[in-house]
Design a protein around this ligand. Structure first.
Ligand code: AMP
Ligand code: MG
Length: 476
């Protein structure tokens, strides 16, 4: 029985109150026939929401944005962005809404946000809608990332709306309820900076500091410290992506968060065969967002953030540029330290092994992986169990001489990732109304280190014929 009346859901509106200039009050479009497709019960519990209540009419009304607590102030957020390097001064939530902020059971503020909830004033030519497939895809990938210990926005639910969405073919519409530390992006700062309103920019920066890096408020230069904090968080995040073979696919500045969480899973995917040139997005014809380019693109995006913050960093703009440049120059070192630390874990290297050795061994392995074109994820599990192909023998002999902890390796190297062919298979079944393959895949990838018999197929790379021409479409 449902025990929680809707009045127990408290949705704050700090963002809307503190930065009203970029928060447009807006309402979700009605969903003619809402049907809950998937609910994240453990995340609901973490947010203090009763899963049973969420499954009922009031809960589903919350999840599609049509039945909100009376004090809620849903808003479409404004932001700009560089998309594939080209500047777009006004993007914003064209088909999304920030319903407000929930306080989770640990007292942390978490955005509750909808994607696919109808057109907003930022919609430009778009219909404001989302189809079931891409929303289930975001659900799967974000929950896999979370299970792999990688900072990410979370997925609370996908609700089919009963509305038809016209893409190349008519598709079933859906709304994704997404949870994030916040939805502040590099593009949010670009939007406000481009408008030249320094007082709004300062308020936005203070809002970001108070939500994500409260320590920065005490620093000598809080806004430079904010920049440093985002640089450090993104260096750590991108290293995590690289370590699991994740390709984001659309690292536009509007898709890079201030919190350091991964966001906006469109044409993203995990690599099977190791190849730094791997690109999945059908629209990324020049490979700008290829696997191997991600650290460099992160610096490019963070440089746009630094530019947006210059007015706050120092009154003298030459001095501000100097300070921001020093901060940006620290990225490679931070990234490399995070990557080597991760490779140490993946290779089971003990603390006694010095970093120089760890780095050299890791870099040589990357060269071999690329040359031999092996399946990236399963390589580390096979290595731990003593199975390496002949081309790796010399390298492996050196690795073995360091007495690696092979049991520890099984706890950090995933058996199961959401491989593209499995994701496609699950989404194809879901599009015919069969959610079973989706649910099974979700169970597998949310316990990624726990090898289970009967699930061998889920650990294997795509069959040859699925192969290299696989692309995920931005479409949405
Ligand atoms: P994304 O590719 O999801 O990061 O979106 C980039 C921008 O396009 C954002 O401003 C979105 O709000 C907007 N957008 C994407 N799809 C739609 C749509 N179907 N209707 C309206 N706006 C959209
Ligand atoms: Mg986006």
């Amino acid at each position: 029985m449902s025990i929680a009346p809707d009045t127990t859901v408290v949705l704050g509106h700090r963002f809307a109150t503190e930065v009203p200039e970029i928060a447009l009050r807006w309402q979700a479009e009605a969903a003619p026939d809402p049907r809950l497709l998937v609910l994240n019960e453990s995340l609901a519990a973490e947010l203090g929401l009763d899963p049973e209540w969420l499954r009922g009419p009031d809960g589903i009304g919350l999840l599609v944005g049509t039945r909100l607590p009376t004090d809620a102030e849903p808003v479409a957020q404004g932001y700009a962005g560089h998309q594939f390097g080209g500047w777009t001064p006004r993007l914003g939530d064209g088909r999304a809404l920030l319903l407000g902020e929930l306080t989770d059971t640990e007292g942390r503020l978490r955005d509750l946000h909808l994607k696919g909830s109808g057109r907003t004033p930022f919609a430009r030519g778009g219909d404001g809608l989302a189809a079931v497939g891409p929303m289930l895809r975001e659900y799967l990938i974000s929950e896999a990332m979370h299970a792999l210990g990688i900072p990410t926005t979370r997925s609370l639910a996908v609700v089919a709306t009963g509305r038809t969405v016209q893409r190349e073919t008519p598709l079933d519409g859906a709304v994704l309820a997404r949870v994030a530390a916040s939805h502040l992006r590099v593009g949010t700062f670009q939007y406000v900076a481009a408008a030249g309103e320094v007082d709004v920019l300062r308020r936005l920066a203070d809002h970001a500091i108070s939500r994500h890096y409260p320590g920065a408020a005490e620093a000598d230069n809080p806004y430079l410290t904010l920049l440093d904090s985002v640089i450090a968080a993104q260096a750590e995040l991108i290293a995590q992506w690289m370590l699991v073979g994740f390709v984001h696919g659309v690292m536009n500045t509007d898709n890079m968060t201030i919190s350091g969480e991964s966001i906006d899973y469109g044409p993203c995917a995990f690599m099977d065969t190791f190849d730094p040139k791997t690109v999945f997005s059908s629209i990324d014809s020049f490979g700008r967002y290829a696997y191997g380019n991600q650290p460099a693109i992160a610096v490019w995006n963070l440089t746009r953030l630094a530019e947006a913050l210059l007015a706050l960093i120092a009154d003298d703009q030459d001095r501000a540029v100097e300070l921001a440049t020093e901060s940006l120059q620290r990225f490679p070192q931070l990234y490399s330290a995070a990557w080597v630390a991760g490779m140490r874990r993946k290779l089971g290297l003990r603390d006694a092994i010095d970093d120089g050795t760890a780095q050299e061994l890791s870099e040589e392995l990357v060269e071999l992986l690329e040359r031999e074109r092996v399946d990236y994820t399963s390589f580390f599990r096979r290595l731990a169990s003593g199975a390496v192909e002949p081309a790796f023998e010399a390298w492996a002999a050196r690795w073995r001489s360091l007495d690696p902890d092979v049991e520890a390796m099984q706890r950090v190297n995933p058996v199961y990732i959401p491989r593209n062919h499995l994701v496609e298979e699950a989404l194809t079944a879901a599009s015919t109304g069969d959610m079973e393959p989706f649910e099974r895949l979700l169970r597998v990838i949310t316990s990624p280190y726990d090898e289970r018999s009967g699930f061998e197929r889920y650990a294997e790379p795509a069959p040859e014929d699925f192969g290299s021409c696989f692309q995920t479409f931005c479409g949405t």
